[in-house]
Write a protein that binds this ligand. Structure first.
Ligand code: ADE
Ligand code: ZN
Length: 339
């Protein structure tokens, strides 16, 4: 068992979160409250029955429930309340900066306006801006067409100042990054930051094409990179950040046991690894719970914690001076622990 001192340090250290799907932060209680407010009937009779359905066997079995959960979001207030819930939980874990994914197609396909989605999430971030720094990343659903992604980008452009980048998520296998090369080329022209999920369930080849075809700045997940030694060396050499999500990997059976997680190996090979919660309402916890689970299973120590806290800011889409301030804050925090 990990010491309570280390666990407290993991909780208290300043950190950034770079891989969190806001729709994946909808807790069952909030899903039921929104269903009631919007006069919707859910397929599950109770909060407990819904939670009991969170027994996933792979990514798709999760996505089916995740999209069903998100269907209660209708009004700007709904998006605002969901985002406020997440930001308050992140604050409790001493997250200083967060880059939040949102999936507009999940909502626009149900007739919810792009403005409703973006304004609701963005206004919640603004309301807590003096407590936590939050930026938005629009994700395209890779199981949908390139044409749909282009239409989504077009619909989001009036709100270009409210998101800093674009990503690629949903069903990975069979939907390689290169399916969206032209959309991402357009996004790069628009000056957006670029990330993509790759190497979660999909093969290392998808990490290669995310880097070469989409020209991503970070890889989301990427844990399958170790199957390709040349790719692993490239990620280390170019310091391409990986946003790893330990509890997600366990719940979606990317790893069978947390003790088999390769996060420590990746870190010790010099990759710029970060820890993130992915979909905290579905996978058993927010950011600190992810740190706690993986530190316990892999017997990591405070030097790993310091490295991971620094990596989280290093990998963030922040100006260099702001980044330097956060990095100094992490070092000061750890120096104070040692004193
Ligand atoms: N959407 C939400 N969580 C996801 C994940 N872990 N992988 C792909 N798409 C997602
Ligand atoms: Zn994800």
């Amino acid at each position: 068992m990990m010491s309570s001192t280390l666990n407290k340090l993991l909780q208290e250290m300043p950190k950034a979160e770079l891989h969190i799907h806001i729709e994946g932060s909808l807790q069952p209680e909030r899903i039921f409250a929104l269903a009631e407010r919007n006069h919707l009937t859910l397929a599950y009779p109770s909060i407990d029955a819904l939670r009991a359905a969170y027994a996933f066997t792979d990514l798709q079995s999760f996505l089916d429930i995740y999209y069903a959960g998100a269907s209660v979001l209708l009004t700007e207030q709904d998006f605002y309340d969901m985002t406020t819930d997440y930001l308050e939980a992140a604050l409790a874990d001493n997250v200083r900066h967060t880059e939040i994914f949102f999936d507009p197609q999940t909502h626009t396909a149900r007739g919810v306006a792009m403005a409703t989605v973006i304004n609701g999430i963005h206004n919640a971030c603004l309301a807590l801006a003096d407590k936590i720094s939050a930026k938005l990343i629009l994700c395209f659903l890779r199981h949908l067409s390139e044409e749909d992604a282009f239409a989504t980008l077009e619909a989001a452009l009036p709100y270009r100042d409210k998101f800093i980048g674009v990503g690629l998520d949903s069903s990975e296998v069979g939907n390689p990054p290169e399916k969206f090369s032209r959309v991402f080329a357009r996004c790069r022209e628009l000056g957006l930051h670029i990330v993509a999920h790759a190497g979660e369930e999909g093969p290392p080849a998808y990490i290669h094409t995310a880097l070469d075809d989409l020209q991503v700045e970070r890889i989301d997940h990427g844990v399958r990179c170790l199957e390709d030694a040349a790719l692993t060396a490239r990620l280390a050499q170019q310091q391409i950040p990986l946003t790893v999500c330990p509890l997600s990997n366990l719940k979606l059976r990317v790893v069978q046991d947390m003790r088999q997680h390769n996060l420590r190996t990746l870190l010790e090979k010099g990759l710029l690894v970060t820890i993130n919660s992915d979909d905290p309402a579905y996978f058993g916890g927010y950011l600190h719970a992810n740190f706690s689970a993986v530190f316990d299973a892999l017997q990591m120590d405070s030097s790993h914690a310091q490295q991971l806290a620094k990596n989280s800011f290093q990998a963030a889409f922040l100006p260099d001076d702001v980044k330097a301030r956060y990095l100094a804050e992490v070092d000061a925090f750890f120096a104070a622990q040692a004193a």
